[in-house]
Design a binder for this molecule. Sequence first.
Ligand SMILES: Cc1ncc(COP(=O)(O)O)c(C=O)c1O
Length: 472
Amino acid sequence: MTTPAESLQAVLTTNDHLRVDGDGMLMIEEMRAADVVERFGSPLFVFSEATLRGNYRRARDAFQAVWPGPVNVMFAIKCCPNMSVRAVLFDEGAGGDCFGIPEIEATFAGGADPKRIALNGGNKTAEELDRAAELGITVNMDAAEEIDLVLAAARRTGKTIPVNIRLKVMPPEFEDFTSDAFPVSGDFREGLRRWKWGVAQETAIAMVERLATLPELDWTGWHAHYGRMSNLLENYAAFHGEYGRMIGAVFAATGVAPRVIDMGGGWSRERDPESRSTDAGGAPIEEQAATAVGALKARLEEVGLDPSGIAVWPEPGRYIAGNAALMLTRVGLVKHDVGFCWINVEASENNLPMICKEGSVNHVTVASGMHRQADKEADVVGPICIPSVIAEGLRVPGDLATGDVMAVLDAGFYAEGEASLINSVPLPASVLVSGGDADLIKRAQTWQDVFATQIIPDRLRRQGLGDNLWRG
Ligand SMILES: Cc1ncc(COP(=O)(O)O)c(C=O)c1O
């Protein structure tokens, strides 16, 4: 039999900033998890500033160690749309990837150097392109047809717009592909071909040739995104090798050298719940960077492109934010029936959609009394009307009771962004822990917030109905 402290120790990775103190309390940096809940309520996202900074620095160092030119590590804000998280990363020097006006504005509200920011998206609006032009950020184009739209924005705003072109990378090695991280197998190139993003090599050549005739647009280079398809290093090598081959082929055809290679996201984590197991994580970021960059660089050098004159722009999301947040939640009713035990907690599928919808296997633990033996098995479930199973068959101390605090690790990525309002559950607050201090960085929604955008037409309103809502 093990204790929750021992189980936690077994899954900790570098830079988690989690430990168990002598009293068996879970510590996030220098704060007790139970004290943070006491002060800010439950459920609650709790970020560690040290983890955010450490992850960024490790990713930056990993790419700088293997790439001879400049490196711009861009945080993919979609994975964690929090302005204070952005502010911490800006303080570290991070660039950013954004989609749409809200992500552009949130990126700049947290702090951004426009030269390090790219706007992605397959159907950008005139408003988005004008804003990108005003701010001076790079537009990653996704179609030959997009050139006219970006050109129009350059002419409307009187600005020269830096642009990259997103390539559709379909490595020959993916003809027979079984993913270790995703439920896919077979000829994965067909999946990538139908995937809406990126352009073919021939399209890219025509785009580069046309861009050379347009002084309003400054073609700087390329973009491609690996995604979550596999954690195996050989697949990073296959993808980035093919990316390099395509870049080389366009250079050979046009004679124009890129200044930027945006390497996209998809950098996995050593404890990677998305792989549907706490055991099957990714390789250390240093090995991912060395493998991907090595494969890319080799193909560029084959055609005489000098990497030292090109900047690489990796766009990690989950690598930076994934383990930087825990979800803390109080235990409510502990139910025993039909031979099972259910621990009802206040957190739910609303706040942890990756677990319930995508099968992520996050480590879940009690956050106090962690030196007790975990001698009972229980399902940890959320309070909503769909199963909302946060942990199945978890070993917990037999005397775990209402009011105890539990923690779900790796709640920093695609949690807030993919949260749902099923059962109209308001979304929780977020807190940033820094050493022995904690700041509220997002207040919890109220139920009025949940309904704030709804309008009952006058002809349907009855005396008294909805008044609570409109009064707030
Ligand atoms: C263009 C782009 N860049 C970066 C990311 C971040 O990916 P990840 O969180 O896997 O690093 C994504 C995620 O889908 C993306 O679409």
